[in-house]
Design a binder for this molecule. Sequence first.
Ligand code: 7TS
Length: 407
Amino acid sequence: MKFDVNIIREDFPGLNRKIGDKQLVYLDSAATSQTPKCVVDSIVDMYFNHKANVHRGVHTLSQEATDRVEAAREKARRFINAASTEEIIFTRGTTEAINLVASSIGDSLCNGDEIIITAMEHHANIVPWQLIRRNKRIVLRVVPINEHGEVNIDAFADLFSDNTRFVALSHVSNVLGTINPIKEMIAIAHKHGVPVLIDGAQAAPHLKIDVQDLNADFYALSSHKMYGPTGVGVLYGKKALLEKLPPYQGGGEMIGHVSWENTTFAELPFKFEAGTPDYVDIAAFGTAIDYVESIGVDLIAAHEHKLLEAATEGLMKIPGMRIFGTAAEKSGVISFLIDGIHHYDMGMLLDKLGIAVRTGHHCAQPLMTTLGIEGTVRASFGIYNTPAEVEAFIAAVDRVAKMFHHS
Ligand code: 7TS
């Protein structure tokens, strides 16, 4: 199929709105993407026609709802090429997926055990590991990055010791856009017999993911960043590892049999899905996966890469511009500051011009400390952004810069 951004934009009615009298230019897809009509239609269809609790009713509505949830599980499996749907656990998002693993793995850790993460992690892949420290004196080892925002592979390899128990890495940085060489990093960890979790929140909407080819042990992603609804995410885990992990939460759905004395747990994946899942949104997430696949992840990546190149080239021409993250392998995220202009002021003034960007520390405060800054302005691209929007963005940044530098 040919990639036609104008046809794609028709699927996203939200893009037509105005901010004041300005046309919205949405450049915050790394925070959350806009939603195509087919996904919203799927939500409406579930609420009006198939609203029943899943996995527990013999009646038709319940079976229809269950079928849609399980169909979404199969679509998610295919999307990341997992070996089996038993390895696909629905969560509330990437954050919950990582918390699930950290909390379950945490049970088996001992004082002095070490976990390796990178300097560019989102708080969602830092704090859950730190929480283990409530009960155990575990040590976090941090892989340093170079001036382009790339991990230092040799330093990563050197961090392993006899005490290393786990590695947790972002696939793509939400601040720098760096695409990490995770296949290589996973292979290094496996040489030491250490399992690896990949935080794929920023990768899943933009890159083709094959968890078997990567040999990832765990992979986490969020629906709301991939044109799907909020409140849904996926934790992929290798079956053999998931079988060994204790449950994360207790409740309905996740049990085999319950008595006062003892409880046995359900088979995978249900052992990790306590309570009524967000079945409406899970079903609609299946529709979002269909949508992304109907366009093609490779075409989406190529489109976003062109936008990234144009934006980088345009921004670099503005005096005082500093771009954070210039990795050779980069996804459609561009973080910057202009000398003398606070990121918050830039964000506010861009909003007045209709341009939605994110400002601040982007939930990566340790990275900000490493970079010696408090925050950045971040533009991020999605399937629906156009070269004309990139031009409007650059012109607006230039206009704001001139306002400051002439005053
Ligand atoms: N990991 C990364 C790399 C992320 O970018 C985010 C969200 C998360 C984890 C958490 O995902 P959630 O869906 O569970 O919230 N990142 C951002 C962002 O960059 N701006 O807003 C949210």
